[in-house]
Write a protein that binds this ligand. Structure first.
Ligand SMILES: NC(=O)c1ccc[n+]([C@@H]2O[C@H](COP(=O)([O-])OP(=O)(O)OC[C@H]3O[C@@H](n4cnc5c(N)ncnc54)[C@H](OP(=O)(O)O)[C@@H]3O)[C@@H](O)[C@H]2O)c1
Length: 322
């Protein structure tokens, strides 16, 4: 997907339409491999991350391969490794993780399951949150911590360079410019290929981009929670990847009022697909810069989710969803 075709002017001119509705076409087939190679994730198309790293738009979130509460080992580590390998077999080549998942467990399982990595696999990890206990997700985006965290992720993942390193969240106690400055230094040293941010506002994104080239944003976004619509707008206008976290949640907030969730459910029933698949199809249609990273601990759910890459909602259906 050539992100360069998505200019700010076009976005401003056509508003929500520029979020990608023009790319839609009706595709009735779902749940079977989108092409003979049996890699259904390919059907979602590709996005050029940072202008030089092609990733399929249907990614995988590896947060839930850990134990309950995103803490410790999963109940069946062998099954978790099988799940990660299955994601790659299905054609997924964007895998999102973080040092805080487990902590360390998600990254370690990725290494155990997938190393030596397929050439086209992009592992996107994060630093900036710590887990002193199961209940706590503490901010720490001090430059010295980010450096330490990035170097630990490099060692854990057995990588010489991390393709996409994301600031997990701005730290209220640390100037964002300091955190981004350190990521820039790590990038210049060759430890990071591309820099991303997560859980940012439009202003924070602007500030971050004044310090370092930001190629992706990861914010909570789904059919029911569109609070980051403004951030998505900036990403769409400027060709920055937008990785919506909690893509399958979405039964709250304005969607309830507008009925979007209800309409999506009706469409899913009419099409004979699951609501989860409909939610992912909606995200893929919402903007060509959206790269969903649905998370699961179940191989059956993974297969169901990736199959949604072949789904196309029609412009009429999208209008009905609102
Ligand atoms: N940057 C951040 O601050 C941040 C925060 C949260 C998450 N993330 C990232 O975003 C990814 C996705 O977010 P998420 O995992 O919180 O939410 P999600 O992908 O919206 O939903 C995951 C939940 O949905 C269930 N599920 C998945 N597929 C299903 C299916 N086909 N049918 C029924 N249930 C299904 C999963 O349970 P089962 O395990 O039973 O399938 C799990 O409980 C994470 O893995 C992580 O990489 C980032």
């Amino acid at each position: 997907m050539g992100s360069a075709t998505f200019t700010r002017r076009r976005f401003l001119q056509s508003g929500a339409a520029a979020l990608g509705l023009a790319t839609l076409e009706a595709t009735p087939a779902l749940g079977r491999a989108a092409e003979p190679s049996g890699r259904p994730a390919r059907a979602a198309g590709t996005f050029l991350l940072g202008g030089d790293l092609p990733v399929r738009r249907m990614g995988f979130g590896a947060m839930r391969v850990t134990g309950p509460g995103i803490w410790g080992d999963p109940p069946d580590p062998a099954e978790a490794r099988k799940l990660l390998r299955r994601a790659v077999d299905l054609g997924v080549n964007l895998m999102d993780t973080a040092d805080a998942y487990g902590p360390e467990v998600s990254e370690r399982l990725i290494w155990e399951a997938l190393h030596p990595y397929p050439k086209d696999l992009v592992i996107a990890t994060k630093g900036g949150l710590t887990r002193p206990t199961r209940e706590r997700w503490d901010h720490d985006a001090r430059p010295e911590h980010l450096r330490q965290a990035c170097e630990a992720s490099l060692r854990r993942l057995r990588l010489e360079r991390i393709d996409l390193y994301q600031l997990h969240a701005p730290d209220p106690k640390v100037p964002l410019a300091d955190s981004m400055g350190e990521l820039g230094r790590l990038q210049r040293e060759g430890k990071i290929r591309h820099v991303g941010v997560s859980n940012v506002s439009v202003d924070e994104l602007r500030l971050a981009r004044s310090i370092v080239k930001v190629v992706s944003v990861q914010n909570r976004y789904n059919i029911g929670d569109r609070r980051s619509e403004d951030v998505l707008g900036v990403c769409a206008a400027d060709g920055i990847a937008f990785l919506p976290w909690a893509p399958l949640a979405g039964r709250e907030r304005e969607a309830k009022r507008s009925g979007s969730v209800e309409v999506l459910g009706q469409l899913a029933r009419q099409r004979g697909i699951t609501e989860t698949q409909a939610a992912l199809a909606w995200l893929l249609a919402r903007s060509p810069v959206i790269l969903p990273i649905p998370g699961t601990s179940s191989i059956a759910h993974l297969e169901e989710n990736v199959a949604a890459a072949a789904l196309r909602l029609t412009p009429e259906e999208l209008k009905r969803i609102g």
